[in-house]
Ligand binder design. Structure first.
Ligand code: GDR
Length: 327
C-alpha cells in the first residue's frame, strides 16, 4: 500500500529536502500551505507536479482536522513554525501561538481523526540555549534563551506528553542547525555564502553581521531529513539529537566562505549591532550517539564541504541572474 505523508512547512528549506526524500521512498506527499496572497513555491519548483499542496494553518484547529481527514496520512512531519530566532523577540505571542500551540493543535487533530498516525515534531537545539553541559544529548536539561527557544521547549514536551498520555507514536527530533543552498538568506550561513558570491562578482561591497564569536554545530539539511524519516520507521517512538558533533564559529564560517573565492574577509565584513540578539546562545555542540546507535544515522557532509557547497551554489545563481539581466 502506498504510504502517505503530510508535511507542514513544506515551502521551507527542510520541507523541500524532505518532500524530495519521501518521493524517492515511494510516498505520496502532501504539503500543508497557508493561504496567502503571494504564494511562494521557489524551493518546490522541481517537485510541483509530484506533490499535493493543501491549505491549512497552524493557528486554525479546524483547518488541521479537516486536512488530516481529507489526506488520511500515515505520517505527519511538523516542520512549520516561526523559525527565525530574532523575529521571536518582535513577535513573541505569534511565535508561541504557532511554534508552541501549533504542535498541540496537530496532536489533538491526530487524536480526533486517527491515533495511529505517526507524528514527527521538529524540536531544536535552541532549547539548550545557555547550555548546561557539553556536548548536548537527549538527557541535557533545557535552558532556552529566546521566545523561539521557549516555544520549542513547549512543543517538545507536549509531544512527549501525548506519547505518554495517549500512547501515540509521536517523536521529537532535536535538530542542531542544518543548512544548504536552499537556506533562507536571513540565516547566518546563507547570508555569508550569498555575500561572498555577490562580493566576488562585484555586486555587493560589504557584509554586516552580528556576533562573530557565536558557535554552532552546523550540518547539511539533506542529511538531516533522512534522520527524521528513520525516527518514524522504528518499532517504538522516541526522541533523538541530530548533530555533527563539531562546533564552529560564525568567524570560521566567514573565513571558509571568503577563502573559497580568494578574498580576505577582513576587507569586507563589518560588525553591526542591529544583528546582535537581546540574549545570545553562545555555543552549541550536539552528541548524536543515540541516533547513530539506534537509527544507524550519521552525517555525510561536514562543515567546510557544506559552506563551500553553499558558496558555489550562490556563485552559480548570482552569475545566472547577472547574465539574465544583460539579455
Ligand atoms: P540560529 O540560526 O539562531 O542558530 O537558529 P542563525 O543562522 O540565525 O544564527 C546563528 C548564529 O549566528 C549569529 N549571527 C547572525 N545570525 C544571523 N541570522 N544574522 C547575522 O547577521 C548574524 N551575525 C551573527 C547569531 O547571533 C547566532 O548565534 C537556527 C534556526 O534555523 C532555528 O529555527 C533552528 O531551530 C536552529 O537553527 C537549530
Amino acid at each position: 500500500m502506498t504510504q502517505r505523508a503530510l508535511v507542514t512547512g513544506v515551502t521551507g528549506q527542510v520541507g523541500a529536502y524532505l518532500a524530495d526524500f519521501l518521493l524517492g521512498k515511494g510516498y505520496e506527499v502532501y504539503g500543508m500551505i497557508r493561504r496567502s496572497a503571494n504564494e511562494e513555491f521557489e524551493r518546490l519548483e522541481h517537485l510541483r507536479d509530484r506533490i499535493h499542496l493543501e491549505h491549512g494553518d497552524l493557528l486554525d484547529e479546524m483547518s488541521i482536522v479537516n486536512l488530516i481527514e481529507k489526506v488520511r496520512p500515515h505520517e505527519i512531519y511538523n516542520l512549520a513554525a516561526q523559525t527565525f530566532v530574532p523575529t521571536s523577540w518582535l513577535q513573541p505571542v505569534l511565535t508561541g501561538d504557532c511554534t508552541a500551540l501549533g504542535v498541540t493543535r496537530f496532536l489533538e487533530a491526530i487524536r480526533k481523526v486517527d491515533e495511529s498516525i505517526r507524528f514527527y515534531q521538529a524540536s531544536s537545539s535552541e532549547m539548550f540555549g545557555a547550555v548546561q553541559e557539553e556536548p548536548q544529548s537527549e538527557t541535557t536539561p533545557f535552558y532556552p534563551r529566546s521566545p523561539y527557544g521557549v516555544a520549542k521547549v513547549y512543543g517538545h514536551w507536549i509531544t512527549v506528553n501525548y506519547r505518554e498520555s495517549y500512547d501515540m507514536f509521536a517523536c521529537s527530533g532535536i535538530l542542531f542547525n542544518h543548512e544548504s543552498p536552499l537556506r533562507g538568506k536571513d540565516f547566518v550561513t546563507r547570508k555569508i555564502s550569498d555575500a561572498a558570491a555577490r562580493i566576488k562578482l562585484g555586486v555587493q561591497k560589504k557584509l554586516k553581521l552580528g556576533n562573530l564569536d557565536a558557535q554552532r554545530d552546523w550540518g547539511y539539511a539533506g542529511d538531516y531529513v533522512r534522520a527524521m524519516w528513520l525516527m518514524l520507521q522504528q518499532d517504538e517512538p522516541d526522541d533523538y539529537v541530530i548533530a555533527t558533533g563539531e562546533s564552529h564559529s560564525v568567524r570560521e564560517c566567514v573565513e571558509v566562505a571568503f577563502g573559497h573565492v580568494d578574498l580576505d574577509w577582513n576587507d569586507y565584513v563589518e560588525v553591526d549591532s542591529q544583528f546582535l540578539r537581546p540574549a545570545e546562545v553562545h555555543r552549541l555542540r550536539g552528541d548524536a550517539g543515540k541516533a547513530r546507535e539506534k537509527l544507524g544515522w550519521q552525517p555525510e557532509v561536514h562543515f567546510t564541504e557544506l559552506i563551500t557547497m553553499m558558496v558555489d551554489a550562490d556563485l552559480e545563481r548570482v552569475r545566472f541572474e547577472l547574465e539574465s539581466d544583460d539579455e
